[in-house]
Design a protein around this ligand. Structure first.
Ligand SMILES: C=C1C[C@]23C[C@@]1(O)CC[C@H]2[C@@]12CC[C@H](O)[C@@](C)(C(=O)O1)[C@H]2[C@@H]3C(=O)O
Ligand SMILES: O=C(O)CCC(=O)C(=O)O
Ligand SMILES: [Fe+2]
Length: 332
């Protein structure tokens, strides 16, 4: 990735006025080993659409293997990484987010997670190819298991009869899930003294899927929007996984849970590496509120039903910051 000390005109639009957000030391934390986990997850999902989980059972070696492979990948010369550029913003990408003009100070690898096929990276040389693929496969499996467990606790906490009412979507053979590695390099132009700005790492948005499970290196930058629209900065925590409620889960719960607006802001010196699993439904899945929740709401759905294929197609035509659910809201 090209790292410039002085912003060229086309880079100035990455700059944001420096207005540091207050830190959010009260980030809801859920200890998955306690009986209160289901209740805590439900209250955090309703209030913030965001929480972190501890005692998650994911082994440290699994995380460090993937982190090491990812660091090695992003350190490759641009010409090697560019061999991994695939159609429709999959594979390796640099600066451009999506297909509609959004940019950020990052490079990334965006991969589809297919149930029965290994995650291949044929563009890489050995031995990185094997170590990266192996680490990815194990990590993504662990994320799917963790996401499923969290979705089951959500169902428990909401008093649903079937524990798999939300988790079934991401466990179907054709589930449309992604995995993403984001690398935010240090930004030299921000290190110039008196240069009082921050840079847009990954602009504000909600995740369209059901659930996202993220972790990052020990560097700050992640910010979330609270209910009143104010932004807070989430202190990094290498030992926890952060969970986002996605748009589809907001609909499945008839608005009991809110999909969280979040963004990454780069402040200069440290690089940041984050790994995110996005659990999505199969393309043909019909997304509408779960029957029991709808009955509690006297049959009044807050959203018109859509298939994941339709929603995703519309989402991928939108700009990052757009409110994608707005078009599906029922106003009664
Ligand atoms: C600008 C965009 C990038 C995005 C597709 C979109 O048109 C709007 C949603 C974006 C998002 C956010 C969460 C995930 O990072 C992502 C892969 C997704 O499913 O939706 C990205 C899309 C992307 O980077 O292509
Ligand atoms: O990189 C991060 O920490 C978050 C990025 C993100 O929100 C996304 O890729 O959807
Ligand atoms: Fe996101």
């Amino acid at each position: 990735m090209v790292v410039l000390a002085n912003p060229s005109p086309d880079e100035t639009f990455l700059l944001r006025p420096s207005k540091p957000c207050p830190s959010f030391p009260d980030t809801p934390a859920v200890d998955l080993s306690t009986p209160a986990a289901a209740r805590d997850i439900v209250s955090a999902s309703a209030e913030f659409g965001f929480f972190k989980v501890t005692n998650h059972g994911v082994s440290k070696s699994l995380i460090s293997n993937l982190e090491a492979a990812a660091v090695e990948f992003f350190a490759l010369p641009d010409v090697e990484k560019e061999k991994a550029v695939l159609a429709n913003s999959f594979g390796y990408g640099n600066r451009e987010i999506g297909r509609n003009g959004d940019v950020g100070w990052l490079e990334y690898l965006l991969l589809e997670v297919a149930e029965n096929s290994p995650m291949l990276l044929p563009f890489l040389k050995e031995p990185l190819q094997s170590s990266f693929c192996c680490a990815l496969k194990e990590y993504v499996l662990a994320m799917k298991k963790l996401a499923t467990g969290v979705l089951e606790l959500m169902a428990d906490g909401l008093g649903m009869e079937q524990r798999n009412v939300f988790g079934k979507y991401i466990n179907e053979e054709k589930s449309d899930s992604f995995f993403r590695l984001n690398h935010y390099p240090p930004c030299p132009m921000l290190q110039v003294q008196g240069f009082n700005r921050t840079v847009n790492g990954f602009g504000e948005h909600t995740d369209p899927q059901i659930i996202s499970v993220m972790r990052s290196t020990n560097s700050d930058g992640l910010e979330i929007a609270l209910r009143d629209g104010s932004w807070v900065s989430i202190p990094p925590d290498r030992d926890s996984f952060f969970v986002n409620v996605g748009d589809s889960l907001q609909v499945l719960t008839n608005g009991r849970f809110r999909s969280v607006r979040h963004r990454v802001v780069t402040t200069g010196v440290r690089s940041r590496l984050s790994m995110i699993y996005f659990g999505g439904p199969p393309p043909c899945a019909r997304i509408s509120p779960a029957d029991e929740l709808l009955a509690e709401d006297r049959g009044r759905s807050k959203y018109t039903e859509f298939t994941w294929a339709d929603y995703k197609a519309a989402a991928f035509k939108s700009r990052l910051a757009d409110n994608r659910l707005r078009h599906f809201e029922n106003h009664q």
